[in-house]
Write a new protein. Structure first.
Length: 273
């Protein structure tokens, strides 16, 4: 987190300001509060926010976001100034979220609280008392249960993806080359034809005589392998002979314990004859 905070200006250009009448004027609010259907209200919001492409997924998300914000203001009985301020506050909160692809949840919520303070205390020109304490609490609960609850989804939809290319460097090993662009699709028949043409050349190369160095190296390898194989064979024969001798001694000891002389036939063999 500290890595990208040093490189990405998360709060650049997003200072809290007084938002009354910034986006929605009294004329806009006259049309909004007099809209008889949701379609009319969505049309007014699209005109105000300049969201022309209704087929665009992002435009649809923003229209729904702004629509529910105004519906919340209506449900709480807010006047024109309060509705205009709330609309711009929620719009700035979304702009803060979409200002970077990295996680700025805490910074955006802190920015949201600063905006509420700007509109809950009557201290001109620093702040104005637009909202009451009860309205501030209701707005905070609404933002937490709607926008900040789906904060990651808004960020995924409105920010570009971050791609990280990692390369490793080790001492004594050349650096990792950059990835090549994706190869174009080539017809299989076009690839097979050159391969078939190169087969005679490969046969010619294979038929070339070996150099003296290669021959000498091959002879050294054969001599070394032959000596190793002989030593291995001798060791194996010794192990087998030792095992046979040990087994013979165990058999003789067993025969002596049961009263059979070494080399004599067992009584059972005579009866069978």
């Amino acid at each position: 987190k500290q890595w990208y905070q040093r490189r990405v200006p998360i709060t650049a250009g997003m200072d809290p300001k007084i938002c009354v009448w910034c986006d929605l004027t009294s004329e806009h609010l006259d049309v909004i509060f007099s809209a008889s259907t949701n379609e009319n209200l969505l049309g007014v919001i699209a005109d105000v926010c300049k969201l022309e492409s209704s087929s665009d997924a992002r435009s649809q998300i923003l229209l729904e976001y702004y629509f529910h914000t105004i519906q919340f203001a209506k449900s709480k009985g807010m006047n024109y100034a309060q509705t205009s301020s709330l609309f711009t506050i929620m719009k700035l909160v979304h702009s803060m979220c979409a200002s970077t692809s990295y996680n700025n949840n805490k910074e955006t919520f802190a920015f949201f609280k600063q905006l509420l303070v700007k509109h809950s205390l009557q201290r001109p020109p620093y702040s104005v008392g637009i909202f009451s304490v009860e309205q501030v609490q209701a707005i905070t609960d609404y933002a937490l249960t709607t926008y900040f609850r789906h904060f990651d989804m808004y960020k995924y939809a409105f920010t570009p993806k971050v791609r990280v290319d990692i390369s490793f460097h080790y001492d004594g090993i050349p650096e990792t080359p950059e990835p090549l662009p994706q190869a174009e699709q080539v017809d299989v028949t076009e690839v097979q034809a050159p391969l078939e043409e190169k087969e005679p050349e490969e046969e010619i190369l294979a038929a070339e005589p070996e150099s003296e160095d290669i021959k000498a190296l091959r002879e050294l390898i054969q001599v070394a392998m032959g000596s190793e194989l002989k030593q291995l064979q001798i060791r194996l024969e010794k192990i087998i002979n030792d095992q046979d001798a040990k087994l013979s001694r165990q058999v003789e000891a067993l025969e002596e314990s049961i009263g059979i002389k070494p080399g004599s036939k067992s009584p059972g063999s005579k009866k069978r004859k």
